[in-house]
Design a protein. Sequence first.
Length: 75
Amino acid sequence: MAKAKKGKGGASARPTEMLLVASKVRQMIKDAGCNTAGDALDGLNGYVGWLIRQAVKRASENGRKTVRAHDFIIM
């Protein structure tokens, strides 16, 4: 998998490439009976990037280099 390019903000910046499969997200929204706004995928992509950064941080703080499913649990 290709690495994301880092923007001016480094690790805290929004992802510069799409992390989502846009057609799958749009279809899921459509199946729920809603429409997808033009900026919806950008917002979701930024949120997914933030979740990944938090999971990486949590794994690192626990002395691991492997991100596990429970690293994504936020309380």
